[in-house]
Ligand binder design. Structure first.
Ligand SMILES: N[C@@H](CCC(=O)N[C@@H](CS)C(=O)NCC(=O)O)C(=O)O
Length: 209
């Protein structure tokens, strides 16, 4: 059986949500962030040397990185209608968005988070960080347009991967100008599997203001 190594209040929440959406049977092992540093505990390094969550273990294998884990879970457990085949016209669109979330869109939010430790010293970085946030959210807003979901206008793993970007945007109060992105985040948060994953995963403050 697949095991999710779950760190509270982290990107692992997306994997838990995906597992709940697909009604996969899984085990979960909980890890708690250190109260003073907010970092993962050292036990997680016994599962993978980077000690970052999410991690899954399956049989004798270990896998890190949300998009890779998502791809494995979707290909193994989802109905074929849930994801495109690589010869489909819109496969590149799916693949690109799935990886774009962690590969590019999340970066300015992480820079914002870390630069805040610098206090006033972070000021010179801010214009570039905020212009990149606007750039990525503007792009995603135009890709979504009037649709309800990002891929084939149906709920997919792309939505799950992008949700963390919108949660980061909500926390940094950057989502306000993008009404369709605000709405899609609410749409995600209303899903039964999303709510169930929060119950299982424990208190989740990312995505709240
Ligand atoms: N790109 C990786 C990022 C993994 C990552 O940085 N996870 C954070 C939680 S959101 C973590 O484990 N941080 C704890 C630490 O660095 O000690 C992914 O999407 O899986």
């Amino acid at each position: 059986m697949l095991t999710l190594h779950h760190l509270n209040n982290s990107r692992s929440q997306r994997i838990l949500w995906l597992l709940e959406e697909l009604k996969v049977e899984y085990d979960i092992i909980y890890y708690k962030r250190d109260k003073s540093t907010n970092l993962a505990p050292d036990e997680l390094k016994k599962i993978h040397p980077l000690g970052k969550s999410p991690i899954i273990t399956y049989k004798d294998k270990t896998l890190i990185e949300s998009a890779a884990i998502t791809t494995f879970i979707v290909e193994k457990y989802a109905d074929e209608s849930f994801y495109p085949k690589n010869e489909d016209d819109d496969y590149f669109h799916y693949l690109e968005l799935l990886h774009y979330a962690e590969g590019s869109a999340i970066l300015p939010f992480l820079l914002l988070l870390y630069s805040r430790f610098l206090g006033d010293g972070a000021k010179p970085l801010e214009p570039r960080i905020y212009s990149e946030i606007k750039n990525h959210l503007g792009y995603l807003s135009s890709v979504l347009g009037d649709n309800e979901f990002f891929f084939r206008n149906r709920f997919s793993a792309v939505d799950i991967m992008l949700s963390f970007v919108f949660e980061g945007a909500m926390m940094s109060k950057s989502l306000e100008p993008f009404s369709n992105l605000k709405e899609i985040l609410l749409r995600y948060q209303k899903r039964d599997a999303y709510k169930k994953a929060i119950e299982i995963g424990g208190p989740y403050t990312i995505g709240t203001q």
